[in-house]
Design a protein. Structure first.
Length: 315
């Protein structure tokens, strides 16, 4: 198949492109390079079945080849990045979804939306099933991302109901692994870089808030499996790890894996930061036979090795 991946030079997008190429598909990757990096897809560009176009999804896109599938991965996912450009973030989510849905409609392609666990906000229900409608602050500093993704989901389902567009809506929980940005402000990359440089590990709040971290290879496997399901399997479908850890536990694990003597530094909790976050993945388990497989210990070991390699190359 010919597959279009938006945001394909980003963290998850580049890992997805790599996997799709390994399965024998041709991949057209578009990215505006706001948080994506050409270095992330350097190896992909050696494949004759891969092409890259610098493009912003807030504008319509005419692909080089009619796609069979579209993965919409475009949007900065780190609070540091999306809060720096909140209006652009909202437009990327909303206009990007609209333009790509129109493209899918015109090409008769199946389209997957990379939505997020952030649609659940600071949840009152734990773990979070897809039926939970969330507890989101629509005017808070995270709303550009949270509400932008919620509107994108609405557009996807309205296109499905109005035009029969074949859609898949994936709600992605915290994900980590190779090709994360060093400076994206997310927990895993923050802790690893700080530990490798011997700097204090920054913990917001008292460290008791929890997250469930899924290794990126597991997520990519799930997204591809979801895309291959029958048209009536639209989602939304949760993707994430079933195992929950506190920020303190994550920090201690990173210190142990890196053999770092770094100390812990506690700062104030950001506004609207969720206290708990863990997916109910019953739907993915039932529909796809999917569960995250890579343990946090193994995933961290692989991710630390990646960052060590990158830092050594830079030095």
């Amino acid at each position: 198949m010919h597959i279009l991946v938006t945001g394909g030079a980003g963290f998850i997008g580049s890992n997805l492109c790599r996997k799709l190429l390994s399965l024998g598909h041709s991949v057209e990757c578009i990215d505006n390079l706001y948080t994506g990096k050409l270095d992330n897809i350097e190896d992909c560009q050696e494949n004759d079945g891969f092409s890259f176009v610098e493009h912003d999804v807030t504008q319509p896109y005419v692909p080089n080849i009619k796609p069979d599938q579209i993965y919409n991965m475009a949007c900065p996912a780190s609070p540091r990045h999306y809060q720096a450009t909140p209006i652009d973030t909202t437009l990327t989510n909303v206009l990007g979804a609209y333009h790509l849905l129109e493209l899918a409609r015109s090409c008769d392609a199946t389209i997957l939306q990379a939505s997020t666990s952030e649609v659940y906000g600071d949840p009152d229900m734990h773990p979070q099933p897809e039926s939970y409608t969330g507890n989101v602050n629509p005017i808070g500093i995270r709303a550009c991302y949270d509400e932008g993704k919620r509107v994108a989901e609405s557009l996807f389902f309205d296109f499905n109901r109005s035009y029969g567009t074949r859609i898949k809506v994936a709600r992605i929980f915290n994900t980590y692994g190779p090709f994360m940005c060093q400076d994206d402000g997310r927990v895993i990359s923050n802790f690893i870089i700080q530990a490798l440089f011997g700097k204090p590990l920054t913990i917001y709040g008292d460290g008791s808030q929890t997250r469930s971290f899924c290794y990126v290879d597991d997520l990519v496997e799930g997204l591809i499996a979801f895309m291959s399901t029958d048209a009536d399997v639209t989602g939304p479908m949760n993707f994430g790890s079933q195992y929950e850890r506190t920020m303190l536990e994550i920090a201690e694990l990173v210190l142990r894996e890196t053999r770092s003597a770094s100390e812990l530094s506690f700062l104030g909790l950001p506004a609207d930061d969720p206290r708990v976050r863990r997916p109910d993945t019953t739907f993915a388990e039932t529909a796809l036979g999917w569960r995250s497989q890579v343990s946090l210990e193994e995933g961290l070991s692989r991710t630390i090795a990646y960052f060590e390699t990158i830092l050594n190359e830079e030095n």
